[in-house]
Design a protein around this ligand. Sequence first.
Ligand code: NAD
Length: 697
Amino acid sequence: MSDAVIRSTEGRIGILTINNPPVNALAAAVRAGIKDGVEAFGRDSNVDAIVLIGGGRTFIAGADIREFGKPPSGPNLNDVIATMENSPKLIVAALHGTPLGGGLETALGAHYRVALPTTRMGLPEVHLGLLPGAGGTQRLPRLTGAKYALDAILSGRHIPAAEAKSKGIVDAIVEGDLLKGAIAHTEMLLAQKAPLRRVRDLSVTLESPELFAETEKSIARKARGFKAPWNIIKCVQAAVDLPFDEGMKRERELFAELLTSTESAAQRYYFFAEREAAKVKDVPADTPQREIKTGGIIGAGTMGGGIAMNFANAGVPVTMLETSQEALDRGLKTIRTNYENTAKRGGMKAEDVEKRMALITPTLDYNALKDADVIIEAVFETMEVKETVFKKLDEVAKPGAILATNTSGLDVNQIASYTKRPGDVIGMHFFSPANVMKLLENVRGKATEKDVIATVMSFSKKIGKIPVLVGVCEGFVGNRMLRMRGIQSAYMMEEGALPQQIDKVVYDYGFPMGPFAMSDLAGNDVGWRIRQGKKEKEKRNVRYTGYVADAICELGRFGQKTGAGYYKYNLPDRTPIPDPEVEKIIEETSKKLGITRRAISDQEILERALYPMVNEGAKILEEGMAQRSLDIDVIWVNGYGWPVYRGGPMWWADNVVGLKTIHDALLKYRDASGDPFWEPAPLLKKLVQEGKKFSSV
Ligand code: NAD
């Protein structure tokens, strides 16, 4: 008998306690222990019924991730669950913590279920590109009806105990001691001579004959490119249409299809990548951290306001400083409106709006920041303003305070040099809108102390962000790679493609929108002003990319906000409409540049839009600006809408396209254009020669 599942008895009730800390994952020993235990109690004439319960902090929280990708050993979960369901003794599953995935599926194999009020259960496999493959798609609909089950499995969300009770997933909520409550419930069932209620024998309620067609329609946009949601719908449909055993067979087939799909491989990779990205190679997990109880923000504009909301949402008081009362009032008003809109939509309670606002203290006086543990600067993007601010912060901030800049393009090392404590300075590059976007590029300066990095990485998580550590370079990781796509998109437009063709290829790949629609959304004037300020034409040996963009801006076509950009818009409808006028501007530009326009294939567009990004990613890795290729993937999936079912640029290059294919394509474009832009990064060349992947670096 293994100690992964401990057997004991209480009167005439056999108890199986799962003992596989920390989360009672369904390892082979646990599966075997449950099966053996159920069989042993089944034969035991001193036992009338069985309680299955998790020891420690939770019932089974899911599959054992350490077994992923390894050859199967021990009984498979479907056999374990069938053994439970077919047991001659009544089984009650006692749920606490987070019975998720295979954990909930196991519980559905019991004849009855009870739960503590705090239990949160669910079938979250969809997030890994999978579906519940141990009967979840067949048993849940039998308890709740098809409609609810479909929604629960498609969303993968956590279901609170009270809701689970109201939907029939659990039979009773027990207060206080779970085991005692479960035993009492079991004794009651025995006294009532309750039947062995096998979920497999229940029939499924189908609320509407249109349910499946309607669900497919309603998820079409969100589930575009993903495989799992479509298979989940087929499974639940099978639960309705087929006898249980055939439904189970269908579930297995559809599960196997997902397990071997690239989409799920990418999503499973990504799931771990996101957790890994929070770790810093030379900053051990036990590095002492500085305490952050209060914050300060300089600038109450677009970014400052959003960042302040992050603090307030996490319950951290923050003082926000501006140069004028008007700017301060404007900033606070925007924050309040944001919160009130959320409250109106039901996203938060009205009294919470006031609670959060009360955490944000406006000020015009730098002395109000003297107690702040972290101060984030989000003022205008010029070195002169940053210099003034950081010199002032150096005077007023308490010793040990972390001084962060939200600059998107300036040199963090130079900013740090305006203080006498560059070790306390770090970049925290939020994305807009800062209260919504999860990605946070934390920028390590050459002097940034390790405890500052450790503190900022964990504080980022506290304020709900997904942090990635990057180095100081132009555009950091995300914008630096984005620029490559922008350059080629501009050239392809001059050579013969139209914005709508390029955008469609990028959209069809899986991005929420293409580069031109994105530029229209963000405002074409932003780049235009920067180009006017800088001598972009001579920069970095890159041929000027702004001819069409400049012409468009000169006509006041700044994008959605002016009703026209690369597309026209019938505002308030934001659907981009291709515009012959833009086509004319593009054709005239080609003519002026002496370029004969040609048809550009979708394949060429895809390669020229995405391969240079991968090549830039290789340079970033080589320079140590990102720690690992997975960090780059996390940045692109979270910050720029790279479809998660393609893993991110580097995983896609490693595992789908292959580095040699990318390398050879770069050479092909280099030789055709004579443009040094296409030179493969030395790291890419090296990896191709050695037959290795980015993930090996
Ligand atoms: P913004 O113009 O909306 O806000 C800047 C605010 O700073 C203004 O309210 C201004 O009054 C205030 N300010 C200017 N000088 C100040 C000073 N000396 N002291 C105090 N306040 C001062 O600009 P933004 O879009 O919020 O950008 C702020 C910073 O964030 C910039 O460095 C920008 O590069 C960076 N950033 C912006 C975005 C974005 O998408 N907008 C994204 C990432 C990073």
